[in-house]
Write a protein that binds this ligand. Structure first.
Ligand SMILES: [Zn+2]
Length: 472
């Protein structure tokens, strides 16, 4: 091809411009890559508490927690009433109080005006009136992944994947996995099905960790005459199975997708703490519990109070031994996640509340008149990663989690959120220079109004929550 002198100059200019553009875009890409390199993994352990973690770590029974704690920022996570996991995990995911996010209970009453009937139904993500952290980040082009987070049904579109908290009910009825809206994107279900467990598959897992398994003798030994506990005991293998599937789905998706943000909620640490009271050494109970007078907890005499709390502290340590299977399960999962997470990942372990002895066992929703003090038992927070300063985190609460994740990604907080970022936990000079960027609001989530309820999944989940006494 012939090019005259003038054309030659034009061509050279064009080539130079193209080269400059290439360098510039390459630089932009590289900058974007490094800028976006930070990742966050949130491991939610429903009801996990330092009361049980500390004694078990001290005895070297939780090697991964022990390892992470050597370089972690950690503390208690203040929570709020009602201590209902559906409400609290939504507050954690939105940074907002329940009045703002709209999830105020496990259930709601639906009305069919035509048929003049009212039904009690499970609350869904459709009732949420605030954007979640994964919706906020997804809109900013970060890739996200969410598994088994409370109130994530129906699975609405996200910039990544979402496995709702109802898919696990397929353990009891495999056909549930074919229902709509359980996962996003819908075709993801084909990859998840191989990890579905049947109730019988859970027995080796129960034995591996030392969970108490259901048998007629044990029912007689532990549970008569309480029908409520008997019912719960007969389901324990299902709860273990739920979490094993949640763990397997999480690890599969983490390895495959490596999203910028990942969040998962496990619940065995909650369920087993409700149930385990029946497995505590009987002799110990007979010797100790009568000495703990609830009145003495509130006594004006400090010595009396001190003695009561000392006994409760001992009881907590004893109960921690009973809780070992649930915490060991969580510890194994943590170890797997640590082996997958790259060096730019901040791992945040949290619980929505703790547990407290209330006179006749352990609970997170103390009976009125029996609580001490009048605050729900606190959860935990552990932050770990190369950008985290090891040390104690003071005054953290459940509303701080979403702002902290936004801060980790260098994205602005919103003024309508009820918490602030836990900045003091980050060491990187880049982090410390970050100012207090805030926008007015991230608005509401892209909630779908056309979702079809999955009747079988809802029915199974309702049964599950009833057996725990969460839903009447
Ligand atoms: Zn909970």
């Amino acid at each position: 091809m012939f090019i005259n002198k003038r054309g030659d100059i034009v061509l050279k200019k064009i080539i130079i411009i193209i080269l400059l553009l290439l360098i510039l875009s390459g630089g932009l890409l590289a900058w974007k890559y490094f800028y976006h390199k930070h990742k966050v993994i949130v491991i939610g352990l429903d009801g996990a508490t330092w009361k049980f973690l500390n004694p078990l770590m001290k005895e070297h029974k939780l090697p991964n927690f022990e390892k992470i704690m050597k370089n972690a920022a950690y503390g208690e996570l203040k929570t709020t009433k009602p201590t209902k996991s559906a409400v609290l995990w939504t507050s954690i995911a939105t940074g907002k109080k329940m009045e703002k996010h709209g999830i105020v209970d496990w259930t709601y009453v639906s009305e069919d005006a035509k048929a003049k009937i009212q039904r009690v139904q499970l609350i869904t993500g459709k009732h949420r009136t605030a954007a979640t952290i994964w919706e906020i980040l997804g809109k900013k082009n970060y890739t996200v992944g969410v598994v088994n987070w409370w109130v994530t049904y129906p699975a609405t579109p996200v910039n990544g994947f979402l496995i709702s908290d109802r898919l696990r009910t397929a353990i009891i009825k495999p056909s549930i996995a074919n229902e709509k809206n359980l996962v996003y994107p819908p075709e993801l279900i084909n990859e998840l099905k191989p990890y579905l467990l049947k109730p019988a598959n859970t027995i080796p897992i129960m034995m591996k960790y030392g969970f108490e398994t259901y048998s007629q003798e044990k029912v007689e030994q532990f549970f008569s005459p309480s029908k409520f506990f008997r019912n719960m005991f007969s389901q324990i293998h299902l709860y273990v199975g739920h979490d094993q599937m949640t763990a397997n789905w999480s690890l599969h998706m983490l390895r495959k997708k490596q999203p910028d943000f990942f969040g998962v909620v496990m619940r065995i640490t909650d369920v087993y703490a409700h149930l385990g009271w029946k497995f505590i050494d009987k002799q110990y109970l007979e010797d100790t519990v009568p000495q703990i007078k609830l009145d003495s907890i509130r006594s004006k005499d400090e010595a009396v109070r001190h003695k009561a709390f000392k006994l409760i502290h001992e009881l907590d340590q004893k109960y921690a031994e009973v809780m070992l299977p649930a915490y060991k399960f969580a510890d194994d999962f943590l170890g797997e996640v640590m082996s997958i997470a790259d060096k730019n990942t901040t791992i945040i372990i949290i619980s929505d509340h703790g547990f407290m002895w209330h006179g006749g066992g352990y609970d997170h929703n103390p009976m009125i008149g029996h609580s001490y003090p009048d605050e729900p038992p606190r959860g935990i927070i552990i932050m770990y990663g190369k950008d985290v300063i090891p040390g104690k985190i003071e005054n953290a609460n459940i509303y701080n989690i979403t702002p902290t994740i936004l801060y980790a990604f260098n994205e602005p907080l919103a003024r309508d959120m009820d918490g602030k970022a836990i900045k003091e936990a980050f060491s990187d000079p880049i982090f410390q220079k970050r100012g207090d960027k805030r926008i007015a609001s991230y608005g509401v989530g892209p909630v779908s109004s056309k979702a079809v309820p999955t009747d079988a999944a809802e029915k199974e989940m309702m049964e599950d929550l009833k057996s725990l006494g969460y839903v009447q």
